[in-house]
Design a binder for this molecule. Structure first.
Ligand code: ADP
Ligand code: ZN
Length: 214
């Protein structure tokens, strides 16, 4: 199964992708997670990307293409994948198409998780992320059992530097500028399914699972 998840920041792409990848036995490719790992390790890519990320802007397409090519060179993608956070504009969609063409891959499903601005801001401004396994929590909606620590792996939880209200608004603006083109692009291939992601994570997951079985 090869799935692309589209949707605004805070729609729950990461949360859904992690569970789905495990259930389907496929790779979870989160460009945000890969970038944050690079920032943490202070790699060349991390150094170049950090400032864009902190400002809520897209990391330049050239850097992203290189990153995606490296990721798709790994053998686990042969089992299938869930792509979370890429593509974010038409140039990236075309890069992806080219990577797929070279590898003889095709997408089975594009799920567009839509969410309202108020839900997004509420979710992201209270989000906590595990520094070890990148599991997500929320200060009030989904608090960890032990304050400050991950239920799954015991890692310490932190707030992302781009989860400040001002930066969230910027990320939303950047997202809205690009998304309609992407939706059009994937609609033409008849692979796009839109779901509302404002509800409970478990409910949204059920709806995605139904789509994977069609
Ligand atoms: P969100 O979608 O919630 O904003 P992500 O973790 O997916 O969070 O991404 C965080 C940041 O990483 C983005 O704001 C952007 O700077 C960068 N990023 C992630 N994916 C891409 C991409 N495909 N193209 C450009 N920048 C990206
Ligand atoms: Zn953890």
């Amino acid at each position: 199964m090869r799935i692309i998840l589209l949707g605004p920041p805070g729609a729950g792409k990461g949360t859904q992708a992690k569970v789905l990848a495990q259930e389907l036995g496929v790779a979870h490719i989160s460009t945000g997670d890969i970038l944050r790992q690079n920032v943490k390790e202070a790699t060349q890519l991390g150094k170049e990307a950090k400032d864009f990320m902190d400002r809520g802007l897209l990391v330049p397409d050239g850097l992203m293409s290189k990153m995606l090519q490296d990721r798709f060179a790994k053998s686990d993608v042969k089992q299938g994948f869930i792509l979370d956070g890429y593509p974010r504009n038409i140039a990236q969609a075309k890069t992806l198409e080219e990577i797929f063409r070279l590898k003889g891959l095709d997408v089975d499903l594009v799920v567009y998780l839509d969410s309202s601005d108020s839900v997004i801001i509420q979710r992201l401004s209270g989000r906590l992320v595990c520094s070890k396994c990148s599991a997500n929590y929320h200060i009030t909606n989904m608090p960890p059992l032990r304050q400050g620590f991950c239920d799954k792996c015991g890692g310490s939880l932190y707030q992302r530097t781009d989860d400040k209200v001002e930066t969230i608004k910027k990320r939303l603006e950047v997202y809205k500028n690009e998304v309609s083109d992407l939706i059009k692009y994937y609609s033409e291939e008849n692979k796009l399914h839109r779901l509302s992601a404002d509800g409970q994570a478990e409910e949204v997951l059920k709806e995605i699972v139904v789509l994977t079985k069609q």
